[in-house]
Design a protein around this ligand. Sequence first.
Ligand SMILES: CC(C)(COP(=O)(O)OP(=O)(O)OC[C@H]1O[C@@H](n2cnc3c(N)ncnc32)[C@H](O)[C@@H]1OP(=O)(O)O)[C@@H](O)C(=O)NCCC(=O)NCCS
Length: 219
Amino acid sequence: MNFNSQTISIRPALKAEADILAQLTLYSGSNLMTTMFGGEKNVSRVIEKLCKSDSSVFSHRFSYVATIPQNNDAENEASQPVGIVTVHFSGQDAELEDTVSMALLDQIGAFHSLMLWPLTVMFHMCSLPIAQGESYVGVLAVHPDYRSRGIGAKLIESVEKDAYLAGDSAICLDVEIDNDRGLRFYERCGFQTVAVRHAPFFLQCRRIRGLRRMKKTLR
Ligand SMILES: CC(C)(COP(=O)(O)OP(=O)(O)OC[C@H]1O[C@@H](n2cnc3c(N)ncnc32)[C@H](O)[C@@H]1OP(=O)(O)O)[C@@H](O)C(=O)NCCC(=O)NCCS
């Protein structure tokens, strides 16, 4: 793939590309999402519904995508997204609704949704609240074919500018404890670990080890 970091563009995500947003979102934590969202058969559809929704944590409204020109056509506006970042600036959490339960109910039915409930509760036990005045990055992923070319760094850079303009003083995020590459990447971008929460036993059995909260102060 022939491109340099100057040719990477960042733009707001579109509702119409929810299927691509869902694929990219899944790369940010496929085991975690597959476990929490009803297994391999259902996970893509559940995430797609959440990307389409206007008020879910994964909504297209809170997402930005990285594109690169396809077929050497630098003007091609229809370039497909190859990376995604989803960010909630301080205060935007008020716009979020519990659309996850609805999407699960719709996709996997009441019985299976209920079976997942204990896992959801356990997962919440290892997440931490977000302080006032901080932006939260919920998703960051680059398509495997396009990694190690500066796209992830560009997405984070763009979020940092927007968070600063929104008046936030820091950006925080959670990365899975065993995601060594993600950890290295965020450290290189200037994030520091502020807390580590290990998952309860039943999540550990599903290879969900826990979350590392990282933070970067904006100046
Ligand atoms: C973490 C992730 C988003 C980083 O995206 P990325 O586009 O690969 O990130 P960058 O290219 O900016 O930086 C990553 C690497 O490229 C190298 N790099 C950056 N710019 C480069 C360039 N112009 N040319 C060559 N290499 C470059 C960096 O040194 C770094 O090295 P590494 O191979 O040791 O990781 C990506 O690996 C990913 O999608 N991972 C799976 C999902 C995930 O873990 N998300 C984070 C947790 S939610």
